[in-house]
Design a protein around this ligand. Structure first.
Ligand code: 3PG
Length: 409
């Protein structure tokens, strides 16, 4: 079937300056500030290598973290990691739209690659606007005239109507990169193959994308069960009236995660039977794992995992499912003391006959850590939030902008 967007096969890239939006957003070690290598970096390196081989002058745009967060960093380390995977020098430019970035782009030679600094250093980047509005930004008006083609390879951030995700598609001839193309095709196929009962396993640190799914669950009949852990699990427990403790509330407040509480409450009230919240939790007592029951709440200790009772319950639900979607690890899986929840759930997933779809940077890293056989997984997506948005039936602004660009070619 013909695609609704252009792909990289449509353009002759030789001698052209090509802006490539990649999603290099990866885990950053809190103690050392070291950016962890990731499947995303590896995948985008392939797109970049192909463009360089076709003699394009490649300028990569990407983000890392969110302003104010600990993992909000410059992209110098990403350039090193990209270079390693592409087996080709990716030069880091510590600038996005200033004179240094412009100069480096202007003197770029055919087949060479630049990575500009974190696009989220620009306030314009994270405004949520239509492509045509973003096209009027200083960001787009500075870089678009220096390029001839825009390649959007960043499916995993396509759910954000951000400047670098949608704005350039309204200003330049545009197409999907290889990662974007594979993700769109793969996720469409996955949705077709999925059966009921379905189970969504949500975890990780970003509750906002999970809330969209909870809302969709309360609105329609597509979602059968949602197993919650991580921050979204904590919000569900609060929505059920539990007191998690003063220090936990402070963390939720500080990260602006409590703003999602009313929506979570509504979902729990309307469709509580679909939502399986943790039955017990694992807290850190001087770094050691200690499991507590909900009746032992509140706690002043940090919660780093679901408890074993919850993990066994989740595993049992997975055994009865026809399709399973996983987004976000269930706890602080990097720490052996708190890996149990994520490990048991992945083991259950590997044994299950259900069609499975696994997505999200941290989720894939966890899968790698626990040696899950990738052949047992129906589809592996590099996207977390974008995938969830897609599964709720909503459109992705980044993909829509590419479709629009294709109509205007
Ligand atoms: C992700 O890691 O899900 C994407 O890079 C999007 O990041 P964001 O949730 O900070 O927009």
């Amino acid at each position: 079937m013909a695609k609704a967007f252009l792909t990289m096969d449509y353009f002759d890239f030789a001698g052209k300056t090509v802006l490539v939006r990649a999603d290099l957003n990866s885990s950053v070690d809190e103690a050392t500030g070291k950016v962890q290598d990731s499947e995303r970096i590896k995948a985008h390196a392939k797109t970049i290598k192909e463009l360089a081989k076709k003699k394009a002058r490649v300028v990569v745009l990407a983000h890392q973290g969110r302003a104010g967060d600990k993992d909000f960093t410059h992209l110098d380390q990403h350039a090193e990691l990209l270079s390693g995977h592409a087996k080709k020098k990716v030069k880091f430019v510590p600038d996005v739209i200033g004179p240094e970035a412009v100069k480096q782009i202007q003197k770029l030679k055919d087949g060479r690659v630049l990575l500009l600094d974190n696009v989220r250093l620009l306030a314009e980047e994270t405004l949520e606007l239509a492509p045509e509005e973003h096209a009027k930004s200083v960001f787009v008006r500075t870089l678009a005239p220096l390029a001839q083609v825009f390649v959007n390879d960043a499916y995993s951030v396509a759910h954000r109507p951000h400047c670098s995700v949608v704005g350039f598609a309204a200003a330049l001839p545009s197409c999907a990169g290889r990662v974007m193309e594979e993700e769109i095709d793969g996720n469409e196929k996955a949705r077709e193959q999925a059966g009921h009962p379905n189970v969504y396993i949500l975890g990780g640190a970003k509750p906002d994308d999970c809330v969209k799914l909870l809302k969709a669950a309360s609105a329609g009949g597509e979602v059968d069960k949602i197993l919650v852990s991580g921050v979204i699990g904590e919000l569900c427990l609060i929505a059920k009236g539990l007191d998690l403790g003063k220090s936990k509330l402070e963390v939720l407040e500080k990260n602006k995660w409590l703003k999602d509480l009313p929506a979570v409450k509504e979902a729990v009230e309307r469709h509580g039977e679909k939502i399986e919240a943790p039955l017990d939790l694992a807290v850190s007592e001087n770094g050691a794992r200690k499991e507590i029951l909900l009746s032992q709440l509140p706690t002043d200790k940090p919660v780093y995992d679901i408890g074993s009772k919850t993990a066994l319950r989740f595993a049992e639900i997975i055994r009865g499912a026809k399709s399973v979607y996983v987004k976000g690890p269930l706890g602080k899986y990097e720490d052996p003391a708190f890996e149990l929840g994520t490990k048991l759930v992945f083991e259950a997933l590997a044994k299950s006959k259900a069609f499975s779809l696994v997505g999200g940077g941290h989720t894939l890293n966890a899968m790698e850590k626990f040696g899950v056989n990738k052949k047992k997984i129906g589809h592996i997506s590099l996207a977390g939030g974008a995938l969830l948005t897609y599964l709720t039936g909503a459109s992705l602004p980044g993909v829509e902008a590419l479709k629009k660009a294709a109509q205007q070619k």
